[in-house]
Write a protein that binds this ligand. Structure first.
Ligand SMILES: CC(C)(COP(=O)(O)OP(=O)(O)OC[C@H]1O[C@@H](n2cnc3c(N)ncnc32)[C@H](O)[C@@H]1OP(=O)(O)O)[C@@H](O)C(=O)NCCC(=O)NCCS
Length: 316
């Protein structure tokens, strides 16, 4: 019997969710900090998947049964190109037919995306799903962003660096601008908007959201900061929307002060804040190519999800 590729529609929800649910159960076994599949959480995931199925997805069926699905987001601009992302809940395949199904799903989806002028393709996938990670690599994807989780246990911070809650958010405007500029460097080559107006608006947004700012000062001058808040679960940490999950939203130590335990002390403050606020876990996301962030977060968190990216020749 041959495979058929069709467009997704909301009527596929029960079968599509059953496929994703199996993937999630396996991932949660490897990463127990992922939310438990309570009735409420399942209903939330189903609502999200139901909404996505009515959009830009492809499905593979065999013998009239759904074997896999893959749904891309709306187009957005990043890295100077038009892009679309397949969120972590927006793809799954029957385990027994995993490789032929994923191959067909991505080929069909990519053809449509390229036809629409979308040449940057991203996908979120569980770090524990090693077969899928390998398959994506063979399809031309490479790692872009890692999402990591930790529990609320105390962070060991032996340096004794002093960090304090800071209520005046503009005190870190210069450091935040330095932080944005940091991403331009090799091997990240990421262009961020570090204009004073954008920085001020961004800091104000954190303040309005009730986020907490922790700062380390030397002779009164901020040398490092960390922002922690509730994980919105919109474009990052999508599986945590509506859950009690805190997220490290930003962290930066000026070059001369690095490697002395200041970042660790800031993280300790953030985890204490999350614990006092009744959160259940802390999330952080970082560019996998960030040479300072990757080892630092790996030391304190557990990598559960990767966003990978593939570029297709834009002349096509
Ligand atoms: C990531 C970052 C915030 C860490 O800040 P930091 O103040 O250097 O953090 P620490 O000093 O606590 O830890 C850094 C390293 O120094 C080591 N260290 C910790 N305490 C130390 C001490 N007392 N003496 C010497 N080294 C120490 C740590 O083991 C750590 O090593 P690791 O990265 O292999 O885990 C900093 O590197 C930075 O600003 N990077 C650029 C921006 C960035 O990447 N931000 C994160 C975005 S997701």
């Amino acid at each position: 019997m041959s495979y058929h590729v069709t467009a997704t529609d909301p009527s596929l929800l029960p079968d599509a969710f059953a496929l994703f649910r199996r993937t999630y159960v396996v991932a949660r076994r490897a990463h127990p900090l992922l939310p438990a599949l309570t009735t409420e959480y399942e209903a939330r995931l189903q609502r999200r998947l139901g909404g996505a199925l009515g959009q830009r997805g492809v499905a593979v069926t065999r013998d009239g049964r759904l074997r896999g699905y893959m749904i891309a987001s709306a187009r957005f601009d990043t890295h100077g190109l038009a892009a679309a992302v397949v969120p972590e809940f927006a793809h799954a395949a029957a385990a027994a037919e995993f490789e032929p199904v994923y191959g067909r799903l991505y080929a069909a989806l990519a053809e449509r995306l390229v036809g629409e002028g979308i040449h940057l393709h991203m996908i979120g996938h569980f770090a524990s799903a090693t077969r899928l990670t390998r398959l994506l690599y063979e399809l031309g994807f490479g790692a872009l962003v890692a999402e990591q989780l930790r529990d609320l246990s105390d962070v060991a911070a032996p340096s004794g660096a002093v960090v304090q809650r800071e209520e005046r958010w503009d005190a870190v405007a210069d450091l935040a601008a330095e932080h944005e500029a940091y991403y331009r460097a090799s091997p990240m080559f990421l262009l961020k908007d570090g204009t004073p107006a954008t920085i001020a608006a961004d800091l104000d947004e954190h303040k309005q959201a009730g986020d907490a700012l922790f700062v380390h000062r030397r002779e009164g001058v901020p040398q490092a900061y960390l922002i922690v808040g509730r994980c919105p679960g919109a474009t990052m940490g999508r599986l945590f929307e509506g859950t009690d999950t805190a997220q490290v939203r930003s962290a930066y130590t000026t070059p001369a002060a690095r490697g002395r335990g200041i970042g660790t002390a800031l993280l300790r403050g953030a985890v204490g804040w999350a614990r006092a606020g009744g959160f259940e876990r802390v999330l952080v996301e970082h560019e996998t190519a960030n040479p300072l962030a990757a080892p630092f977060w790996r030391r304190h968190f557990n990598h559960y999800l990767t966003y990978s990216m593939r570029y297709v020749d834009r002349r096509l």
